[in-house]
Every structure is written in structure tokens, then in C-alpha cells.
Design a protein around this ligand. Structure first.
Ligand code: CMP
Length: 140
């Protein structure tokens, strides 16, 4: 089925100047960018976005990292977009990410891991709505 997923190019990958290389991977896999916005997240925005992780020991470091520089946020649309995007990203920990994945190629650590992607249809809907009002998503 045609799905949408939320993608974030994190501060480490923006600083490495690889937004275009990562976009090319999305496009090469048939994923269409239907919304996009560069922004520097506030602490409140980052905490709200990652609220499901609030009790985890890595939460503070995660939030501090996500507000350390600008991020590029986009909505990707395509056949099985959620799983297709996760395949492109590779494992959360770049040391465990398969060769040729975005995280294997561009990430430095489990915190500075280059990209975020929604993990399921329900979270994708919530995450897309968190950053993009429906009228700013340009489908087909
Ligand atoms: P992301 O997909 O953005 O979702 C939560 C982030 O927390 C994750 O990528 C990692 O960058 C970060 N993180 C740090 N430590 C861990 C951990 N032990 N397990 C999962 N995520 C972690």
C-alpha cells in the first residue's frame, strides 16, 4: 500500500553536508519527498517529539543532540514507505547497520546516527502531524 513516513536528517548529517546524498537514496528507492522543512528544534519540540523515550536513560543526551544544530525534516511517500525507509536507514546503532545503508555510511554513533524514521503506521501519522499541518503535505 502507498504509505507516508516521517524522516529527519539529524544535526550530524546536516553538518556533514550530505542532505542531497541522503535525498538521492530516498528518490532512488522510489520514495517521493512530499513535504520538507529545515529547522533548529527547540528543547520543548525535541522533548515532545521523543516523548515515548522520556523514561529512557538516553533521553537527555538524545534531546541535547537533536537541538545541537539544524535538522532537515521530510515526509516520504511511496509503496511500503515505512519499511522501505527503515531498510535504507539500517540499524539504529551504526555499528550494527548493514553495509550500504545510510547509517553505515554516514553515522558516527547510536546518538549521532544521521537519520530518524517512523517505525510503524500509527507513529508515522503522529510524527507527520507533529511537524507538518496537512495543507503543507503535497501528495501527487
Ligand atoms: P531514533 O530513530 O531517532 O529514535 C530514538 C533515538 O535515540 C535513536 O534514533 C538513537 O539515536 C537514540 N538512542 C540512543 N541510545 C539508544 C538506545 N540504547 N536504544 C535506542 N535508541 C537510542
Amino acid at each position: 500500500a502507498i504509505e507516508r513516513t516521517l524522516s529527519i536528517i539529524k544535526p550530524d548529517a546536516v553538518a556533514k553536508n550530505v542532505i542531497g546524498q541522503i535525498y538521492s537514496r530516498f528518490e532512488g528507492a522510489g520514495l517521493k519527498i512530499v513535504a520538507a522543512r529545515m529547522t533548529q528544534l527547540s528543547q520543548a519540540e525535541a522533548e515532545g517529539f521523543y516523548a515515548v523515550h522520556a523514561a529512557r536513560p538516553f533521553f537527555k543526551d538524545l534531546v541535547n543532540f537533536m537541538i545541537s544544530g539544524p535538522v532537515m525534516i521530510q515526509v516520504l511517500e511511496g509503496e511500503n514507505a515505512i519499511a522501505a525507509h527503515r531498510d535504507l536507514m539500517g540499524a539504529t546503532d551504526p555499528k550494527k547497520a548493514e553495509k550500504g545503508t545510510i547509517r553505515a555510511d554516514f553515522a558516527d554513533s547510536i546518538d549521532a546516527n544521521a537519520v530518524h524514521g517512523s517505525d510503524a503506521a500509527e507513529t508515522a501519522a503522529v510524527e507527520i502531524a507533529y511537524y507538518f499541518p496537512a495543507l503543507n503535505v503535497y501528495s501527487r
